[in-house]
Design a protein around this ligand. Structure first.
Ligand SMILES: C[S@@+](CC[C@H](N)C(=O)[O-])C[C@H]1O[C@@H](n2cnc3c(N)ncnc32)[C@H](O)[C@@H]1O
Ligand code: SF4
Length: 395
């Protein structure tokens, strides 16, 4: 078992920690592969959006039991680096008012590397952001163009250099298994990425999501992506290089030097609680021992109107049954190299182990899982085939 290099925060009351997620739904343009809740809009009324996000935070905070301690805050999107730093500052002040945001709280903002956004980095730092996660996606202009990105490779380099000058904790994303990509080309690009990285890298395999432009092109045969074998080879090459560089995968697509893991994402994967505000944000809250799933309206304008009328853009709460809790905690936990404890799964599931132990034996014999005492862990190969592993474990 890998050591738990980023320990769970001790002072909170629910295992896994407590996070706050803020969704900013706007982008300068829509990337052809992306199915995130992101929209292109002319003239966002910044004062209205700032007031609405603060108001929704107040609304949820009134429901959160006293004594919860935040371990992290994450501004995600969309493109939160398009937010005015004053909006970020207002939200952090409000979070501090509700929960106390000490220096140990990780505050991450997702950024796109165009020059206009990079110019705001110091403003975000001054507002209280202490970690930046940048969507670089590729380190060459030809692939950036295929991915429909608006930045160039030199702009990406300049933004990385600027981010490193402002933030101690910094990560960037690359997408691999791109059309026409070879293992050798990816290895060369990863070596360059490792030279540029500080302590964290997110390396996502391109997925063709329904409803995206890439999906239409792919269906028509106009976009050809690496087949399963080549995608597997690219994944393996990634693991080898990143292990050698001292940045092993701590999650399916996320690599870090020990201690540099994203604390916010660990809250999700360790099945902690999190407040989600902004359009399309999800949350999980433990209230009186019951787990509640929250979800807000995805359409920005409808969300805004609902918040202005009633304080929140949330749909009705959904109760997460103990059976679902066991399943969700397993699905999250097996993404992590540290794995998940069977006793925790059993507690989430209300006393019944949700895992088919016969399937554990079979998958372990195939090298996809390990069981060490109470701790169930997917191997690197198991994490690559996680959907199949989960289907077998959950019956
Ligand atoms: C919410 S997005 C983006 C943040 C920021 N707007 C950006 O694009 O730089 C988070 C990350 O998900 C990844 N991503 C989005 N769609 C993807 C897809 N279809 N396949 C693989 N990775 C994807 C990208 O690496 C992206 O940086
Ligand atoms: S990948 Fe990022 S910039 Fe592109 S549409 Fe999605 S959220 Fe917006």
């Amino acid at each position: 078992m890998l050591p738990l290099t980023t320990p769970e925060p001790g002072a909170d009351t629910v295992p896994g920690g407590f996070g706050l997620y803020v969704h900013w739904p706007f982008c300068a343009s829509k990337c052809p592969y992306c199915d995130f809740n992101s929209h292109v809009r002319e003239g966002v009324d910044q004062a209205r959006w700032r007031a609405a996000l603060v108001r929704e935070m107040d609304h949820v905070a009134a429901r959160v039991p006293a004594g919860r301690r935040l371990s992290s805050i994450f501004f995600g999107g969309g493109t939160p680096s398009l937010m005015p730093p004053e909006t970020v500052a207002a939200l952090l002040e409000r979070a501090d008012h509700h929960w106390g945001v000490g220096p140990d709280v990780e505050v991450t903002l997702e950024a796109n590397p165009t020059s206009s956004e990079a110019a705001r980095f110091a403003g975000f730092r001054a507002a209280g952001v202490n970690r930046l996660s940048m969507g670089i996606q590729a380190l060459n202009d030809a692939d950036l163009k295929v991915l429909g990105r608006k930045h160039s490779a030199p702009e990406a380099m300049a933004a990385i250099a600027m981010a490193k000058g402002v933030f101690d904790r910094f990560s960037f994303d690359l997408i691999y298994a791109r059309p026409g990509q070879t293992v050798a080309a990816w290895q060369a690009e990863l070596s360059r990425a490792l030279d540029l990285a500080v302590g964290h890298l997110s390396l996502y395999q391109l997925t063709i999501e329904e409803g995206t432009q890439f999906h239409t092109l792919h269906q028509r045969g106009d976009l050809v992506v690496p087949d399963e074998d080549l995608a597997g080879d690219l994944y393996e090459a990634t693991q080898i290089l990143l292990n050698q560089a001292g940045m092993p995968a701590y999650e399916v697509s996320n690599h870090a030097r020990p201690g540099q893991e994203s604390r916010h994402n660990l809250v999700y994967w360790r099945y902690g609680d999190y407040v989600g505000i902004g359009p399309g944000a999800h949350g999980r809250l433990t209230l009186d021992g019951r787990k509640i799933a929250t979800r807000t309206h995805r359409a920005p304008e409808i969300w805004l109107q609902r918040v202005e009328e009633g304080g929140t853009g949330a749909h009705a709460d959904e109760f997460v049954t103990p059976e679902q809790r066991g399943r969700e905690a397993l699905m999250m936990g097996l993404r992590l190299a540290e794995g998940v404890s069977l006793s925790r799964l059993t507690a989430e599931a209300g006393g019944a182990n949700p895992v088919d132990m016969g399937a554990v034996d079979r998958l372990a014999r195939h090298g996809l899982l390990t069981l060490d005492g109470d701790r169930l862990t997917a191997t690197a190969e198991g994490r690559q085939r996680l959907n199949g592993v989960l289907a077998a474990l959950l019956g």
